[in-house]
Ligand binder design. Structure first.
Ligand SMILES: Nc1ncnc2c1ncn2[C@@H]1O[C@H](COP(=O)(O)OP(=O)(O)O)[C@@H](O)[C@H]1O
Ligand SMILES: [Mg+2]
Length: 256
């Protein structure tokens, strides 16, 4: 198996009014190519901080992150990001297709290619024909689909998502979960997702990284040995699903 992302001895400290805040302590973890990995842990533990380090928007205080074998010193090529708050991620004054086009402008595609990318990405997420709509004309779930389409349009190798489904209703959440599993299969994308929803982490993941403590360390890496394809009904009713969920829950709570 090929390692796509390698996190090596990463520490993160933030300067603060009352001294240095040590958030991440010696985090090491490898993400295998095509894997779906969830990062879970209590609120405020440092999940978003770790994700921001992966996106290269800030450097770790110490340690290294390698993506596709190269040490990163800025946003890595081939990595796309989807954030929680869709109301702030799409530009409200641009149509959905113009939002996607804006993200693609660095790729210098011709007009026809650009159109094809936009249309195929919208189709992939079940939004064919909505390119001319403005984000505010779409439901929350559709806006989050549009954010995923925008990420996919860049044809990323890696998709990084921070609590992507936290602000949608439960039924939409199930649909979006199945959508990201389909996307992983259709494009062979490596996915790293932060979530506070332990059931969601078990349902989606090949592996779950549990962060715990102040500063946070990797408390456990849980392999979810439930076969794919998964389904909301069958997988969640699998007795092993319940076992894994109980174990991860205990780890997050610091009970085991
Ligand atoms: N830019 C920053 N400056 C100072 N402290 C920060 C900064 N970003 C995050 N933190 C602190 O790091 C800790 C972890 O935050 P975060 O990564 O957002 O946690 P999580 O996503 O797990 O809820 C929190 O105590 C937060 O206040
Ligand atoms: Mg967070």
């Amino acid at each position: 198996m090929t390692i796509e992302i390698s996190i090596r001895n990463v520490c993160m400290e933030f300067p603060g009014a009352d001294g240095v805040k040590h958030v991440l302590d010696n985090i090491s973890y490898d993400v295998q190519e095509h894997h779906f990995v969830s990062i879970v842990g209590p609120s405020g533990v440092g999940k978003t901080t770790l994700l921001r380090l992966l996106t290269g928007l800030m450097p770790p205080t110490s340690g290294e992150i390698h993506v596709s074998g190269q040490r990163i010193s800025g946003p890595p090529k081939g990595l796309a990001v989807v954030l929680q708050d869709y109301t702030r991620s799409l530009m409200p004054w641009l149509t959905v297709e113009k939002n996607i086009a804006l993200t693609l402008r660095k790729q210098k595609l011709g007009r026809a290619n650009m159109r094809e990318r936009i249309e195929s990405s919208l189709e992939e997420v079940g939004l064919a024909g909505t390119g001319k709509s403005y984000p505010w004309q779409l439901s929350g779930g559709m806006q989050q689909r549009a954010s995923i389409a925008r990420a996919l349009a860049t044809r990323p190798d890696i998709l990084v998502m921070d609590e992507p489904f936290a602000s949608v209703d439960a039924q939409t959440r199930f649909d979006l979960e199945d959508l990201v599993l389909k996307v992983r299969d259709d494009f062979g994308i490596t996915t790293v997702m932060v979530t506070h929803d332990i059931d969601e982490a078990v349902y989606l993941s090949d592996e779950i990284v549990v962060l715990h403590g102040k500063p946070a360390q990797v408390r456990d890496v849980v392999t979810v040995d439930i076969p794919f394809p998964r389904s909301q009904m069958a997988t969640r009713n699998n007795p092993h699903f319940a076992e894994l969920r109980t174990h991860v829950y205990a780890m997050v709570r610091g009970l085991e």
